[in-house]
Write a protein that binds this ligand. Structure first.
Ligand code: PDD
Length: 287
């Protein structure tokens, strides 16, 4: 099936979709993005993703390039044209094309680009076998709540993880506390069954999946703590997992050399994944 990308008002064949070399996203990383999961043909948590897009834009002094409703409809149309039943919609907004100069251009029009990807969320061993994470220093800027396309430290971290045979790298702040993964939020389950994830602030991205998992856990009366946890606490935890639009709930069975729990996905992680799948396929309405 032909694959299309949306580029500034047009659906173009993916191979021909391009932006100018002086797009500020390309030169400065001056832009923000969203990744929205598509499951069984439906956009998961579309509203919260659009909320976060608006917030990221406003934090970098930009408006939505078109109305919120238009972004929604353009994204849905791209998903439809590309026949995506399961996968993701990528939305990117940059400050547009202008001769290179750090300060904001007066005339540039924001650029809106969208692509899709097919992903088979069912057949992935990471959900059944769990994954390894490594720990690395958090070397990013201080505004990690903004979903910027400037992801160099995240890419370096993910590459280090891949070279160590790991799925993700948990970034650790100067106090030895885990902030988050390079493209996911970090969670542990304590020996007495409490779910722990770092509190919101500028140190982490405010994950949409994190938000949904907190809502599901609250509904299921699971004890929750939104607080930082250290690497030592994580290594000694009963369970660990990561969440993101594409990871859903992915159990973590090793952190560096430490085996977590019994070295297999823990019971709470598995239940949360099952509940999240129900939510994603419309069998549950938390959100
Ligand atoms: N990443 N933290 C970081 C640094 C992220 O990049 C992401 C998402 C998350 C999880 O957020 P959410 O639950 O809203 O997906 C946390 C996306 C998937 C990406 O960059 O591909």
């Amino acid at each position: 099936m032909a694959r299309f990308a949306y580029v500034n008002g047009r659906y173009l064949p993916h191979g021909q979709a391009a932006v100018h070399i002086e797009d500020r996203g390309y030169q400065f990383g001056d832009g923000v993005y969203e990744v929205v999961t598509v499951a069984a043909g439906r956009m998961i948590d579309e509203g919260p993703h659009l909320d976060r897009l608006e917030r990221s834009l406003s934090e970098i002094a930009m408006d939505m390039p078109v109305s919120r409703r238009a972004v929604q409809l353009l994204g849905r149309e791209l998903v439809r044209r590309n026949g995506v039943r399961n996968g993701l919609l990528y939305i990117q907004v940059t400050r547009g094309v202008a001769p290179r100069d750090h300060k904001f251009p007066k005339l540039a029009r924001p650029a809106l680009v969208m692509t899709t990807k097919h992903i088979d969320f069912a057949a992935q061993p990471k959900f059944t076998e769990g994954v390894k994470v490594i720990t690395i220093p958090d070397e990013r800027w201080a505004r990690r709540d903004i979903k910027t396309i400037g992801l160099l430290p995240n890419c370096l971290g993910k590459q280090r993880a891949a070279e160590s045979g790991a799925y993700e790298a948990w970034q650790v702040d100067d106090d030895g506390l885990v902030t988050e993964g390079t493209s996911s939020n970090a969670w542990i389950v304590t020996a007495d069954g409490r779910l722990v994830t770092r509190h919101l602030g500028s140190e982490i991205l405010h994950g949409v999946t994190r938000r949904t998992i907190l809502a599901i856990a609250a509904e299921e009366c699971i004890a929750l703590d939104e607080r930082p946890f250290g690497v030592d606490e994580a290594k000694a935890a009963a369970e660990a997992f990561v969440t993101s639009a594409t990871s859903f709930v992915t159990p973590v069975v090793r952190i560096d050399e430490a085996v977590i729990g019994d070295g297999i996905p823990g019971p709470l992680s598995r239940r949360l994944l099952a509940w999240y799948r129900d939510y994603a396929t419309g069998l549950r309405d938390t959100g």
